[in-house]
Design a protein around this ligand. Structure first.
Ligand code: RB5
Length: 145
């Protein structure tokens, strides 16, 4: 199950990404927002982040205007590794090296076709482990300081 959420700045792109994911047969749980009324992105980041760390959902996508605010908020949750991606290379590398469990997109930055390519790349790429595992352990240690 994939958790997805956005603020008003990401609402439109979120509707397209949900449709795209459903067409691919991926189960999606939508944590809002549900229209273009203004909401605070940390509230949505919290819900999606908690769904991922609790195991209720195995990964998440968060969208705000830039992807930045919502990623900053999500990364405050222990166990979340949220990455803003505006290109396919970053989407691939953040799964391979960082095992990003939340992908963040900027609804006012990228077009829908690029968003679909980024989402597909992130979903299809495998985490490499190996030398990167020790770095993720160091990130985990930072959360405890
Ligand atoms: C909302 O206006 C906007 O600030 C938000 O969507 C996001 O871009 C913040 O980083």
């Amino acid at each position: 199950m994939l958790a997805i959420g956005s603020d008003h700045g990401g609402f439109e792109l979120k509707t397209h990404v949900i449709r795209h994911l459903k067409e691919k047969g991926i189960e999606v749980r939508d944590f809002g927002c549900y229209d273009e009324a203004s909401v605070d992105y940390p509230d949505i980041a919290e819900q999606v982040g908690n769904a991922v760390v609790s195991g209720a959902c195995d990964r998440g996508i968060l969208i705000c205007g830039t992807g930045i605010g919502i990623s900053i908020a999500a990364n405050k949750i222990k166990g979340i590794r949220a990455a803003v991606c505006g290109d396919v290379y970053s989407a691939k590398m953040t799964k391979m090296h960082n095992d990003a469990n939340i992908l963040c997109l900027g609804g006012r930055v990228i077009g829908r076709e690029l968003a679909f390519m980024i989402v597909d790349t992130w979903l299809e790429t495998e985490y490499m482990g190996g030398r990167h595992a020790a770095r993720l352990e160091k990130i985990k240690a930072l959360e405890l300081k």
